[in-house]
Design a protein around this ligand. Structure first.
Ligand SMILES: Nc1ncnc2c1ncn2[C@@H]1O[C@H](COP(=O)(O)OP(=O)(O)OP(=O)(O)O)[C@@H](O)[C@H]1O
Length: 171
């Protein structure tokens, strides 16, 4: 089962994924993969952190500034993306009950290793829960189920996805 979640920036994709991860861990399932979270300074977004879900490891995915490769005003830190994010996806494919990738987007695709890890996760038999930047929706639409989050539906969709994953994981 491959599940994709998309929606406007800040709609709650990472929050949804984290809550589902917590619910699954509570039930004894091994959750692996990575999440990204924005970093704010004085109310303004200055970058993104990247965190592994299986171990306590985090780094910088992108930061406002000069340099390459860049996406908009951010410089992408491919080294941390590979060291923390790609490694976490690899471990998840090997060891976890479910693979989480938050998110699949322009920054992440600056790494060829990330693109390969996404391919591997799609090929894997294991359930995948991934968040998708809006621009990547068309590329992944036929690879699984797609949910579009809004403020109105995000709680309901979280319940629905958890329910579907539990059905597969408990069978
Ligand atoms: N279900 C919810 N109920 C209340 N607040 C929420 C909910 N989901 C998300 N939020 C709040 O909205 C903000 C953005 O959430 P989050 O970072 O999960 O969004 P996102 O879609 O992952 O954003 P990005 O575009 O940066 O990837 C956070 O402050 C979070 O606490």
């Amino acid at each position: 089962m491959k599940i994709f979640v998309t929606g406007m920036p800040g709609i709650g994709k990472t929050t949804l994924v984290l809550k589902i991860a917590e619910e699954l861990q509570k039930r004894g399932f091994k959750v692996g993969g990575m999440i990204t979270q924005e970093v704010r300074k004085n109310g303004k977004r200055v970058g993104f952190k990247i965190k592994a879900l299986d171990i306590n490891e985090e780094g910088i995915l992108a930061w406002v500034g000069e340099g390459f490769p860049r996406v908009g005003k951010y410089v992408v830190n491919v080294e941390d993306l590979n060291r923390i994010g790609v490694s976490a996806i690899g471990r998840a494919i090997q060891n976890a009950d479910i693979i989480i990738i938050d998110e699949i987007g322009a920054m992440e695709f600056k790494s060829r290793e990330f693109a390969k890890a996404v391919e591997e996760a799609l090929k894997s038999e294991k359930p995948l829960l991934a968040t998708l930047h809006r621009r990547w929706v068309d590329k992944f639409r036929d690879k699984g189920e797609l949910y579009v989050l809004t403020v109105e539906n995000r709680e309901k969709i979280r319940e629905e996805i958890l329910h579907e994953l539990l059905k597969v994981l408990e069978s």
